[in-house]
Every structure is written in C-alpha cells, then in structure tokens.
Design a protein around this ligand. Structure first.
Ligand code: LLP
Length: 425
C-alpha cells in the first residue's frame, strides 16, 4: 500500500517530506518510516477486531524495534510481544507498561526470566516443560508468582515460506498439543505458578485464512477438552502472522484483510469466553517503511545488467534469506512511455546471494539515482548486521512535513569501540 509514499511533482515523498531531501541530509542508505502509515495500520487492525470482546494488541517488536516506532504504537495503546531482555527493556523505555507485555521464545535464559518476573509482565509464554520448571524455580527463589501461558504446538502447517512456519510438529516451537492437559494439571498445583491461558503462533506472512481457521479450531477443541476436565482457560494469545502485500502488481498471495481475519477468530473462538491477545508485527509496520539506496554503478555482464546499489543484504536480508520480493520504486516518477530493462539489483557485499531483485523489469537506472525498496518497515532494520564491516544504516521517522533521525549512523570509531587487542598483540 503506497498511499503514504507518493509522488509529488514527480518526486517520491514520505507524507509531505521529499525523499531526496532526507538523502541529502543523512546520506544513503537509510530506512524511512512514516507516522501516518504506522497509525493507519495499527488503527485498521484494531478497528477490525471490534466486536470480538476484550482484545489486546501486543505488537511484536521483532518486526521493528526502533524506540520511536514503538513509542508511536504505544501512544495508540499497543502492548508488546517481546522475545529477549533487550526487547523487554526497549518496550518499557518506549512507555509500554509491564502489564501490557508478553514474553515469547523457546530459549529464555534464567536471567531473562528473572528480569521479566521482577518487572511484573503480563505473562511468559512457555515453550517447553523444562522451561516451565525453570520459571517455577526462579519464581520460588524470588518469592513471586509467575503468570504463564502455554504455547501450543498444533501440528499444523501454516502454508507459508518453510522458514516462517512454526507450528508443525518438526518445528522447535511450543508444547505438543496432546501434552497440554497433563502439564497444565501438574502446573496448577504449584504455588509459584499461575497458568493464565494458552498461546499459539503458527507462522508469519500467512496469506491464507484456512491455516488460521484450522489452528483456531484446534485451539477451540483443546479449550473444550480442558474446560471439561475442570481446567478452565480464560485467556488466549493467538500470536501474529497476518501477511501483507509486497507485490501490488501480482495477483498471487493476496493477504486477507484484518476484517476477514477477525471474522475467522469470531467464527472459531467467539463463544469461548476468553480474553483474546494478538501479536501482530509485520502487518503494522511492513508497509510503513522504505529502504532508500543510491545506484553506484550499472554494469553490463555477459548476459545480464547489474544495477549495483549502496544498500546490501546486511541492511535488508529478506531477499537473500527467503527469496522475498520487495518492490523497487524509482525516486523520480517514471513516465509511462519510458522503456524498461530487465536487471539484477544487487548490493556491494562479497556474496553471490547479495541480490535485492533478480531479473526485475525497471526503467533504466543510472549512477547517482535514488531507489527505494518498498515494504521494508518489518524485519528490515531489526535483522540488519554489520557484515563486511558496513555500518548500520540510519532510521528516519516522518510526520507530516517533518522528519527526525531516530537512529543515527554510527561512526567507525563507535563501531569498533567494543573490540580490543589481547595483551600479547
Ligand atoms: N509472535 C511470535 C511468537 C512470533 O514468533 C512472531 C514472528 C510474531 C508474533 C509476529 O509475526 P508477524 O505478525 O510479524 O508475522 N524474519 C521473517 C519473519 C519472521 C517472523 C518470526 N516470528 C521475515 O522477514 O519475513
């Protein structure tokens, strides 16, 4: 959805700010997010849930954990889904209250568990029996009661990219659904544990409602079974996963609207008398961000044209890691009568996989030109690295006709500051 990034007088703008103006001020590459888009996607998601009773949105920080982005969402009432002490601390610093935070992940360390318990978060989503006993031990030492929700492995294929499906029995996530009743039975008698509900998350970038429906039905069956055995469930965390449209020119993989997604929740779990928690990440932020880059060279290979840009796979790894599609927008609006060329848009990193767009039809690129990778607001900056000793790129937040640097480019000195030579060198 490009309505927050539009051409004005032939130049790409984020809201009312021209992208070349930002480039001039901060240099390239950089991430650019817009406040209006963040607010739009959050509000759109939230309003789709009206009618579902008590629903809480716990934004999944892993999608984009910049403090200004999280604060923008916190101001709209968002809670957080975190998966590390770092994300928990960031959520708190962004203004999210502990009672709006859930903590997921298969490998929480004892230190992270202790920190979460001391902070007094809403719930820890437990992913294994071993983790449950660790939480109990730590809660006992701290003389507190840990609120836990059991993450269920539903043995369901979310039918998304195989690296983003999380609830098949061969996946590392969650506790096998058949084991839940007996584990719950043993947990409820423990004084330092309070089982507050069940959780699931079947995967990410899901574009078919059928997978959601199947998983929610299985959750429903489980709740019915537990209720019948005197183990009432009153809170359900249904995870994230709703897909977004990355390629507006393709009819394939059209994601369902949040309204259709909410209808499936209502249809399957509407009469469960449970408070519903959701953990959307991508849906809120993906289309609120661009990665802006500059063309360095255009190189004619023997059978291909390479457009070499100054951003690389270390800045946005999704195309290299998942073969993900990101639309490429020229910053100067292309005229309809302009010819097109099929090119590979690649980064400077010394890896053949450093390709943003293989065999993409674009208007002819020229050195110095600015391009933007669309849909880069989710899993872009958060997955960046300094591979090839490239500096992390700045992040910019636009609001109306203003923009602000919400993460600056580090100096090389800062980048190397944590390294030191051993005494023998
Ligand atoms: N909750 C849990 C427990 C999760 O593991 C995730 C994502 C979410 C919520 C948020 O899911 P979303 O609404 O964003 O789909 N790096 C991949 C995506 C990995 C998602 C991991 N877990 C990508 O770039 O597409």
């Amino acid at each position: 959805m490009r309505k927050f990034f539009t051409y004005r007088n032939g130049i790409l703008h984020a809201e009312s700010v021209s992208i070349p103006n930002i480039a001039e001020s901060v240099g390239t590459p950089f991430y650019c997010y817009t406040t209006a888009a963040l607010e739009h996607y959050y509000n759109f998601f939230q309003s789709a849930l009206k009618g579902l009773g008590e629903v809480c949105i716990h934004y999944a920080l892993k999608a984009n954990a910049n403090i200004a982005v999280v604060r923008t969402l916190a101001n709209l009432g968002a809670g957080a889904d975190v998966v590390s002490e770092g994300e928990l601390r960031l959520a708190l610093a962004a203004g999210i209250s502990p009672q709006q935070i859930v903590f997921s992940g298969v490998g929480k360390t004892p230190e992270e568990i202790a920190f979460a318990l001391q902070t007094g978060i809403l719930q820890l989503n437990v992913e294994s029996e071993a983790e449950l006993w660790t939480i109990h031990r730590i809660a006992t030492t701290l003389n507190t009661v840990a609120s836990v929700s059991f993450r269920v492995n539903l043995d369901i294929d979310a039918k998304t990219h195989h690296k983003m499906t999380t609830s098949r029995k061969e996946d590392k996530f969650g506790i096998e659904w058949r084991k839940i009743p007996s584990l719950l039975q043993s947990a409820i008698s423990l004084p330092h544990l309070k089982v507050v509900g069940l959780t699931t998350h079947i995967g990410s970038q899901i574009t078919n409602l059928q997978s959601f429906r199947k998983s929610f039905m299985r959750m429903r069956d489980l709740i019915t079974q537990l209720n019948a055995s005197g183990l009432p469930i009153r809170r359900l965390d249904l995870g994230g996963g709703l897909g977004v449209l990355y390629d507006p020119d393709s009819a394939a993989d059209l994601p369902p609207s949040p309204t259709a997604y909410a209808a499936v929740i209502r249809e399957t779990l509407g009469d469960c008398h449970c408070q519903i928690l959701l953990e959307p990440g991508r849906f809120i932020v993906a289309n609120a961000g661009l990665l802006v880059t500059r063309v360095l060279y255009v190189k004619e290979g023997s059978n291909k044209i390479f457009v070499i840009v100054d951003a690389a796979m270390n800045d946005l790894i999704r195309p290299s890691l998942y073969g993900a599609f990101h639309a490429i927008l020229p910053i100067t609006e292309p005229r309809l009568d302009m010819s097109r060329q099929t090119v590979d848009v690649v980064g400077p990193i010394c890896e053949t996989s450093d390709v943003f767009a293989p065999q993409r039809s674009l208007t002819p690129a020229f050195p110095g030109e600015l391009l933007a990778l669309d849909g880069a607001g989710a899993y872009g900056a958060t997955m960046a690295s300094t591979y090839n000793l490239r500096r992390l790129v700045p992040e910019i937040l636009v609001k109306g006709d203003k923009f602000s640097i919400i993460r600056r480019r580090p100096s090389y000195k800062e980048m190397f500051a944590l390294e030191s030579l051993p005494p023998w060198l």
